[in-house]
Design a protein around this ligand. Structure first.
Ligand code: HEC
Length: 161
């Protein structure tokens, strides 16, 4: 009788452990949950220093877009490549674990793909030397900037979320 009761507890404990492990694994894999904000976009709650980091990266993106556009008006594809490579995959700095966990998986995937697209733009600018092609690639990248901005916004992380 006692052993049966003990075993029942074992199963319960095992169940709880499995559920916890699954929850932690899921959370690490998919990143944080988001809330729908007042403007309908998904809100990602970030600590101030994480938010500063991402927004600084965003401004670097915008600077590169400006640099590429300017170089394209002069048909200087060396500068186009240089500007694009500056925000390529190599530019992804050390991502703090807190930020890694706070960003949803789709956000990270989309962000990485934008860096990869800039690398491709740089490579093609050098190898094809075709401004029209570079402009088309830039337009495709801008479509991703627009899509992400339409989907997400940042808010300050507070204890309740
Ligand atoms: C994976 C999602 C994502 C992608 C891709 C993305 N952004 Fe952003 N960006 C954001 C979010 C979220 C914000 C914050 C918006 C808010 O809180 O309202 C932001 C903010 C910005 C800001 C404001 C920075 C500041 O200091 O306030 C600029 C500029 C910007 N992005 C430029 C770009 C450009 C240019 C691209 C494309 C080359 C780009 N972003 C691609 C998600 C993204």
């Amino acid at each position: 009788m006692d052993t049966r009761r003990g075993c029942g507890r074992c199963w319960l404990l095992l169940g709880v452990v499995v559920l916890l492990a699954a929850a932690i694994g899921y959370r690490l894999l998919t990143g944080a949950h988001t809330h729908t904000g007042s403007d309908g976009r998904a809100e990602i709650a970030l600590a101030p220093e994480d938010r500063d980091l991402v927004l600084a990266e965003m401004r670097t993106f915008l600077g590169a877009v400006q640099g590429i556009t300017d170089a394209l008006t002069k048909e200087d594809l060396q500068i186009v490549a240089q500007q694009a490579r500056g925000v390529g995959a190599a530019a992804i700095g050390q991502v703090p674990p807190s930020l890694m966990q706070a960003l949803p998986l789709e956000f990270k995937t989309l962000g990485r793909s934008v860096h990869a697209d800039f690398d491709q733009l740089a490579l093609d600018a050098e190898q094809l030397g075709d401004p029209a092609n570079s402009l088309q690639q830039l337009s495709g990248i801008l479509g991703k900037c627009v899509a992400c901005h339409a989907t997400y916004r940042f808010t300050a992380a507070t204890d309740g979320r």
